[in-house]
Design a protein around this ligand. Structure first.
Ligand SMILES: [Zn+2]
Length: 223
Protein backbone atom coordinates (compact mmCIF):
# COMPACT_ATOMS: atom_id res chain seq x y z
CA UNK A 1 0.00 0.00 0.00
CA UNK A 2 2.82 2.36 0.89
CA UNK A 3 5.53 2.70 -1.74
CA UNK A 4 8.31 0.14 -1.43
CA UNK A 5 11.83 1.04 -2.51
CA UNK A 6 13.30 -2.32 -3.24
CA UNK A 7 17.09 -2.56 -3.52
CA UNK A 8 18.58 -5.04 -5.96
CA UNK A 9 19.05 -8.49 -4.52
CA UNK A 10 22.82 -8.19 -4.95
CA UNK A 11 22.78 -5.43 -2.29
CA UNK A 12 21.56 -7.82 0.39
CA UNK A 13 24.38 -10.06 1.60
CA UNK A 14 22.08 -12.34 3.62
CA UNK A 15 20.27 -13.31 0.42
CA UNK A 16 23.28 -14.45 -1.58
CA UNK A 17 21.91 -17.98 -1.71
CA UNK A 18 18.68 -16.69 -3.22
CA UNK A 19 20.53 -14.58 -5.75
CA UNK A 20 22.59 -17.55 -6.85
CA UNK A 21 19.74 -20.03 -7.04
CA UNK A 22 16.38 -18.37 -7.67
CA UNK A 23 16.29 -19.06 -11.38
CA UNK A 24 17.34 -22.66 -10.99
CA UNK A 25 14.83 -23.25 -8.19
CA UNK A 26 12.05 -21.73 -10.29
CA UNK A 27 13.02 -23.94 -13.21
CA UNK A 28 12.93 -27.02 -10.99
CA UNK A 29 9.56 -26.05 -9.60
CA UNK A 30 8.21 -25.63 -13.12
CA UNK A 31 9.54 -29.04 -14.19
CA UNK A 32 8.00 -30.60 -11.11
CA UNK A 33 4.65 -28.93 -11.76
CA UNK A 34 4.71 -29.89 -15.44
CA UNK A 35 5.16 -33.51 -14.43
CA UNK A 36 2.01 -33.44 -12.30
CA UNK A 37 -1.64 -32.97 -13.17
CA UNK A 38 -3.30 -29.72 -12.15
CA UNK A 39 -5.38 -31.48 -9.52
CA UNK A 40 -2.39 -33.19 -7.97
CA UNK A 41 -0.52 -29.88 -7.88
CA UNK A 42 -3.29 -28.05 -6.07
CA UNK A 43 -2.67 -29.86 -2.79
CA UNK A 44 1.10 -29.70 -2.94
CA UNK A 45 3.05 -27.76 -0.38
CA UNK A 46 5.42 -25.13 -1.63
CA UNK A 47 8.84 -25.23 -0.05
CA UNK A 48 11.28 -22.37 0.38
CA UNK A 49 14.43 -24.40 -0.34
CA UNK A 50 17.43 -24.43 1.96
CA UNK A 51 15.67 -22.50 4.73
CA UNK A 52 15.81 -19.31 2.69
CA UNK A 53 12.56 -17.96 4.24
CA UNK A 54 14.38 -17.33 7.52
CA UNK A 55 16.60 -14.74 5.77
CA UNK A 56 14.02 -13.59 3.30
CA UNK A 57 11.38 -12.60 5.83
CA UNK A 58 13.49 -10.03 7.74
CA UNK A 59 14.81 -8.60 4.45
CA UNK A 60 11.24 -8.07 3.21
CA UNK A 61 10.08 -6.78 6.59
CA UNK A 62 12.82 -4.19 6.40
CA UNK A 63 11.39 -2.77 3.17
CA UNK A 64 8.07 -1.87 4.81
CA UNK A 65 9.10 -1.07 8.39
CA UNK A 66 7.20 -4.18 9.37
CA UNK A 67 3.93 -3.17 7.74
CA UNK A 68 1.95 -5.43 5.44
CA UNK A 69 2.90 -4.55 1.84
CA UNK A 70 -0.74 -4.55 0.79
CA UNK A 71 -3.07 -3.32 3.57
CA UNK A 72 -0.34 -1.55 5.59
CA UNK A 73 -1.42 -3.47 8.71
CA UNK A 74 0.97 -3.32 11.68
CA UNK A 75 2.25 -5.02 13.69
CA UNK A 76 1.96 -8.32 11.90
CA UNK A 77 3.36 -11.69 12.76
CA UNK A 78 3.01 -11.43 16.51
CA UNK A 79 1.24 -14.74 16.82
CA UNK A 80 2.19 -16.49 13.58
CA UNK A 81 5.07 -16.00 11.22
CA UNK A 82 3.82 -13.69 8.49
CA UNK A 83 3.45 -15.25 5.07
CA UNK A 84 5.64 -14.24 2.16
CA UNK A 85 3.27 -13.32 -0.62
CA UNK A 86 3.94 -14.11 -4.28
CA UNK A 87 2.67 -11.29 -6.48
CA UNK A 88 2.57 -13.65 -9.44
CA UNK A 89 1.08 -16.80 -7.87
CA UNK A 90 3.56 -19.65 -7.72
CA UNK A 91 1.01 -22.15 -9.11
CA UNK A 92 0.71 -20.26 -12.41
CA UNK A 93 4.13 -18.61 -12.51
CA UNK A 94 6.59 -21.16 -11.07
CA UNK A 95 9.57 -19.45 -12.72
CA UNK A 96 8.93 -16.42 -10.52
CA UNK A 97 8.34 -18.36 -7.32
CA UNK A 98 11.76 -17.41 -5.92
CA UNK A 99 12.22 -14.11 -7.70
CA UNK A 100 13.06 -11.28 -5.30
CA UNK A 101 10.85 -8.75 -7.11
CA UNK A 102 7.90 -11.11 -6.83
CA UNK A 103 7.99 -11.48 -3.04
CA UNK A 104 6.29 -9.31 -0.43
CA UNK A 105 5.97 -9.09 3.33
CA UNK A 106 2.30 -9.70 4.00
CA UNK A 107 -0.27 -10.21 6.75
CA UNK A 108 -2.28 -13.43 7.02
CA UNK A 109 -5.54 -11.65 6.08
CA UNK A 110 -4.20 -10.26 2.80
CA UNK A 111 -2.55 -13.57 2.03
CA UNK A 112 -5.73 -15.59 2.47
CA UNK A 113 -7.77 -13.01 0.54
CA UNK A 114 -5.32 -13.22 -2.36
CA UNK A 115 -5.50 -17.02 -2.29
CA UNK A 116 -9.26 -16.88 -2.72
CA UNK A 117 -8.92 -15.17 -6.08
CA UNK A 118 -8.01 -18.02 -8.31
CA UNK A 119 -7.74 -16.06 -11.52
CA UNK A 120 -4.75 -13.77 -11.50
CA UNK A 121 -5.35 -10.17 -12.57
CA UNK A 122 -2.68 -7.55 -12.89
CA UNK A 123 -2.89 -5.25 -9.93
CA UNK A 124 -0.77 -2.35 -8.81
CA UNK A 125 2.55 -3.42 -7.40
CA UNK A 126 3.75 -1.20 -4.55
CA UNK A 127 7.41 -1.50 -5.54
CA UNK A 128 6.94 -0.16 -9.07
CA UNK A 129 9.17 2.82 -9.79
CA UNK A 130 6.33 5.29 -10.41
CA UNK A 131 3.93 3.97 -7.77
CA UNK A 132 2.80 6.37 -5.05
CA UNK A 133 -0.12 5.73 -2.69
CA UNK A 134 -1.43 9.25 -3.13
CA UNK A 135 -1.51 9.02 -6.92
CA UNK A 136 -4.17 6.34 -6.74
CA UNK A 137 -5.93 6.07 -3.43
CA UNK A 138 -7.73 8.21 -0.90
CA UNK A 139 -9.42 7.49 2.39
CA UNK A 140 -13.14 8.11 2.70
CA UNK A 141 -13.81 8.81 6.36
CA UNK A 142 -17.55 8.35 6.20
CA UNK A 143 -17.45 4.81 4.83
CA UNK A 144 -14.01 3.87 6.14
CA UNK A 145 -13.12 2.74 2.62
CA UNK A 146 -10.04 3.26 0.53
CA UNK A 147 -11.10 4.45 -2.89
CA UNK A 148 -9.42 4.97 -6.23
CA UNK A 149 -9.47 8.52 -7.59
CA UNK A 150 -12.41 8.73 -9.96
CA UNK A 151 -10.59 10.90 -12.51
CA UNK A 152 -8.23 8.00 -13.24
CA UNK A 153 -11.07 6.09 -14.87
CA UNK A 154 -11.05 8.70 -17.60
CA UNK A 155 -7.39 9.78 -17.56
CA UNK A 156 -5.62 6.47 -16.99
CA UNK A 157 -8.18 3.67 -17.45
CA UNK A 158 -5.62 0.86 -17.27
CA UNK A 159 -4.18 2.19 -14.00
CA UNK A 160 -7.67 2.68 -12.64
CA UNK A 161 -8.43 -0.96 -13.31
CA UNK A 162 -5.21 -2.18 -11.71
CA UNK A 163 -5.82 -0.05 -8.61
CA UNK A 164 -9.32 -1.45 -8.18
CA UNK A 165 -8.06 -4.98 -8.75
CA UNK A 166 -5.55 -4.33 -5.97
CA UNK A 167 -8.30 -3.35 -3.52
CA UNK A 168 -10.34 -6.39 -4.47
CA UNK A 169 -7.52 -8.89 -4.45
CA UNK A 170 -6.42 -8.15 -0.89
CA UNK A 171 -9.89 -7.50 0.54
CA UNK A 172 -8.83 -3.97 1.45
CA UNK A 173 -12.41 -2.81 2.01
CA UNK A 174 -13.72 -5.73 4.02
CA UNK A 175 -16.31 -4.70 6.65
CA UNK A 176 -13.85 -5.48 9.45
CA UNK A 177 -11.14 -3.28 7.98
CA UNK A 178 -13.48 -0.37 7.37
CA UNK A 179 -14.44 -0.36 11.04
CA UNK A 180 -10.83 -0.61 12.19
CA UNK A 181 -9.94 2.42 10.05
CA UNK A 182 -12.70 4.58 11.48
CA UNK A 183 -11.66 3.72 15.03
CA UNK A 184 -8.03 4.32 14.19
CA UNK A 185 -8.84 7.70 12.68
CA UNK A 186 -10.38 8.75 16.00
CA UNK A 187 -7.29 7.62 17.88
CA UNK A 188 -4.95 9.53 15.60
CA UNK A 189 -7.15 12.61 15.63
CA UNK A 190 -7.11 12.54 19.40
CA UNK A 191 -3.35 12.24 19.30
CA UNK A 192 -3.01 15.37 17.15
CA UNK A 193 -5.53 17.35 19.17
CA UNK A 194 -3.91 16.69 22.52
CA UNK A 195 -0.23 17.39 22.05
CA UNK A 196 0.37 18.01 25.75
CA UNK A 197 -1.52 15.05 26.99
CA UNK A 198 -1.48 12.64 24.12
CA UNK A 199 -3.24 9.39 24.70
CA UNK A 200 -0.75 7.93 22.33
CA UNK A 201 2.62 9.27 21.32
CA UNK A 202 3.72 6.71 18.80
CA UNK A 203 5.61 7.89 15.77
CA UNK A 204 4.09 7.52 12.31
CA UNK A 205 5.69 4.20 11.40
CA UNK A 206 4.30 2.56 14.54
CA UNK A 207 0.68 3.24 13.62
CA UNK A 208 -1.35 0.64 11.81
CA UNK A 209 -2.33 2.05 8.37
CA UNK A 210 0.05 4.98 7.96
CA UNK A 211 -2.25 6.61 5.38
CA UNK A 212 -4.78 7.20 8.17
CA UNK A 213 -2.09 8.97 10.15
CA UNK A 214 -1.34 11.16 7.10
CA UNK A 215 -5.02 11.85 6.54
CA UNK A 216 -5.61 12.91 10.15
CA UNK A 217 -2.46 15.01 10.14
CA UNK A 218 -3.62 16.89 7.03
CA UNK A 219 -7.06 17.51 8.51
CA UNK A 220 -5.49 18.72 11.72
CA UNK A 221 -3.11 21.07 9.88
CA UNK A 222 -6.03 22.52 7.92
CA UNK A 223 -8.22 23.09 10.99
ZN1 LIG B 1 -2.35 -7.02 4.85
Amino acid sequence: MEKINRPPLSDIPTLKKLEDNWEQWGQELKEYQDSKGKKERAGQQFSWREGIAKDLRPALENLTDGHCSFCDGFPIGETVEPPIEHYHPKGDFPLQAYQWENLFYCCTDCNSEANRHKVFEFTLKPDEADYEFKSYFYFDLESGELLVYEHLERDKPEEYKRANSFLKRYGINSPKRKEIRKGLFNDVKNYFQNPYNPTDSRERKLWKYRYIYDFAERLHAAS
